[in-house]
Design a protein around this ligand. Structure first.
Ligand SMILES: Cc1cc2nc3c(=O)[nH]c(=O)nc-3n(C[C@H](O)[C@H](O)[C@H](O)COP(=O)(O)O)c2cc1C
Length: 172
């Protein structure tokens, strides 16, 4: 089975996960950045990774996804929220909804990724107390928890998830 991992990453979190995903699918494979706009016509499985921007795929990943036709695909993402949150589930749904109906989505993986300090400072300034997105204790804790992500456990989870996915696709 020929697979390719295509990734959109701004600050490096999703790129780290992409390395683990590529390794799980083929130890000698390296992820390709979405900016390279790879030709995927020869691949049996196209795995697309994106950082979460406003609840879904970022613009570059979204544009790439929308162009795919008749492909077996899987997705992965990193986000500032917790991986087991309702928001994370919605983000995955939003990414999956971008694929053309002719594509077969066979898997998805998401984990937390540190939010850059620049973004945290911007959010703090932009949303004053009382605003629904204002900094509060829960938000500050989540951002602090996120600082170390993706961590070794996230990368291991990604490797395990995509090894199992590969085995199940090969068994079909
Ligand atoms: C402009 C912007 C929008 C974001 N929107 C969301 C969001 O809607 N939900 C979320 O959980 N995280 C959001 N994040 C956090 C990023 O998805 C997260 O930090 C991700 O791990 C960054 O990945 P990267 O290092 O590969 O760029 C946002 C970050 C930025 C900079």
């Amino acid at each position: 089975m020929k697979s390719i991992v295509v990734v959109s990453s701004r600050t490096g979190n999703t790129l780290k996960v992409a390395g683990a995903v590529a390794y799980a699918l083929d130890e000698s494979m390296e992820a390709v950045k979405v900016e390279e706009n790879p030709d995927v016509s020869e691949y049996d499985l196209v795995v697309v990774g994106t950082w979460i921007d406003k609840g879904g795929a970022d613009k570059k990943a979204a544009e790439f996804i929308k162009k795919l036709r008749d492909k077996r695909v899987a997705v992965f993402a990193t986000l500032g929220a917790y991986a087991d949150s309702e928001h994370a589930g919605k983000c995955i749904e939003n990414i999956i909804s971008l694929f053309d109906k002719s594509c077969d989505v066979v898997g998805s993986f998401i984990c937390q990724g540190a939010v850059s300090q620049k973004m945290i400072d911007m959010m703090t300034k932009m949303f004053p107390a009382g605003h629904p997105h204002a900094m509060n204790e829960a938000r500050i804790k989540r951002l602090a928890d996120g600082k170390s992500h993706p961590d070794e456990k996230d990368l291991q989870n990604a490797r395990e998830y995509f090894s199992a996915l590969k085995a199940s696709v090969l068994a079909q």
